[in-house]
Design a protein around this ligand. Structure first.
Ligand code: FMN
Length: 363
């Protein structure tokens, strides 16, 4: 068993790969080299990240796509099975599974998560999402509810109790009524694998503050990014807990600033899959509160470039500088996306990681 999950290691800034399991990654583009998310490409990206010493692989949970020319995200690998396969193919990187509380029964989640924790010798992580997309919920015949985080608290309690209990137990909650519950094996990590909650709004932050190890969230302006960290710190202190904050960025890293900016313009503006960008932005604006409200009006390019996340565009030095600024504002980690992970990760790892080491953020 690993003594420490990679997210609990000593580095000040943890880095991971986000959304490689889904078509496009986070981008919504028709550029020819766009990410197809084949299994072989996922495996190669995971091995590059593992060898380079990145800390985690984090999948997106998607059931439907956003239409447009390429039906972006319609193709996505289910995250328990994806993580299980990658657990056997990597040796030190953390492996998250991203799970929709209302769509997956907690006992299924408990067993699948424990299975990946055993395969990976303690490297599993659970990224809890309550979801927002009515189309996906309709596929399951489940109504979208504003009680998601209330249910999430019960859902996670059932998982924890299932690991902790040596004997069968009954559970009578508001969302689950369960009889003679057993779930063996328990996870390798005790009392459970590391947990993260992907959210932005107040109820999501309160759930993370009260129940999870980390909040995974967005910011819009880099100079003002720290206010989200202050907010979650206040909430977790009030709950008597210590909760770390991770964020998400899309990356275009090139030798020159101009080259990086030209490529960003090419894939996220000139060759954006506009019908899908419109559908994604309209759906998120109406049903999800995952970003500052004005981000939708001001930053269309960021939605085509990386699903509305913050852009890290430029030379290795510029990107390392931006990461230092994000870290200084209290973020403990960043999940990264690229247009093409296998083509771009090697350059990023080779050129940016040494600068982060020099800056004292990573060993
Ligand atoms: C960084 C981040 C990542 C997310 N990843 C997913 C995901 O993989 N699948 C999904 O359906 N929702 C995802 N969400 C959306 C959340 O599940 C949630 O619906 C959304 O953030 C709105 O609710 P909130 O106010 O609780 O944040 C993500 C949200 C954030 C902030």
């Amino acid at each position: 068993m690993n003594s420490l999950h990679p997210l609990k290691g000593p580095d000040a800034l943890k880095l991971g790969v986000f959304s490689a399991n889904a078509d496009g990654g986070l981008a919504i583009t028709d550029v020819p080299e766009r990410w197809r998310a084949s299994w072989d490409d996922n495996l190669e990206a995971a091995r590059i990240a593992d060898r380079a010493g990145l800390d985690f692989l984090l999948p997106i949970a998607r059931w439907a796509g956003f239409g447009g020319k390429n039906k972006v995200r319609e193709w996505s690998f289910e995250t328990f099975t994806w993580a299980a396969a990658l657990a056997a193919a990597t040796s030190r990187i953390g492996l998250f599974m991203t799970v929709h509380v209302p769509l997956v029964h907690p006992l299924y989640a408990a067993k699948a998560l424990a299975t990946v924790d055993h395969i990976s010798h303690g490297r599993a992580g659970l990224n809890i999402v309550c979801g927002w997309n009515p189309k996906e919920f309709a596929m399951f015949g489940v109504p979208l509810s504003d009680k998601g985080y209330d249910q999430a608290a019960e859902w996670l309690y059932v998982i924890e109790k299932a690991y902790a209990s040596e004997v069968p137990f009954d559970f009578h909650g508001r969302y689950y009524t369960l009889k003679d519950v057993v779930s063996r094996p328990a996870s390798v990590q005790q009392p459970r694998p590391v947990t993260m909650n992907a959210a932005f709004g107040g109820p999501g932050r309160d759930f993370a503050a009260g129940h999870c190890d980390f909040l995974f969230t967005t910011f819009t302006e880099i100079n003002d990014a720290g206010r989200h960290v202050d907010d979650i710190r206040a909430r977790s202190t009030a709950a008597g807990r210590d909760v770390g904050v991770y964020t998400v960025c899309h990356v275009v890293c090139r030798d020159s600033q101009q080259e990086a900016e030209d490529y960003y313009q090419r894939y996220a503006v000139t060759l954006a899959d506009n019908a899908a960008v419109d559908a994604h932005m309209a759906g998120k604006k109406e049903f999800s509160k995952s970003h500052d409200g004005d981000a939708y009006d001001r930053y269309r390019k960021r939605f085509a470039g990386g699903a509305g996340s913050y852009p890290l565009v430029g030379t290795p030095a510029r990107i390392a500088e931006d990461m230092l600024s994000i870290s200084k504002q209290g973020y403990q980690g960043i999940a990264l996306s690229f247009v093409n992970y296998t083509q771009e990760l090697p350059f990023f790892c080779e050129r940016v990681l040494p600068l982060l080491k020099q800056a004292g953020l990573r060993s």
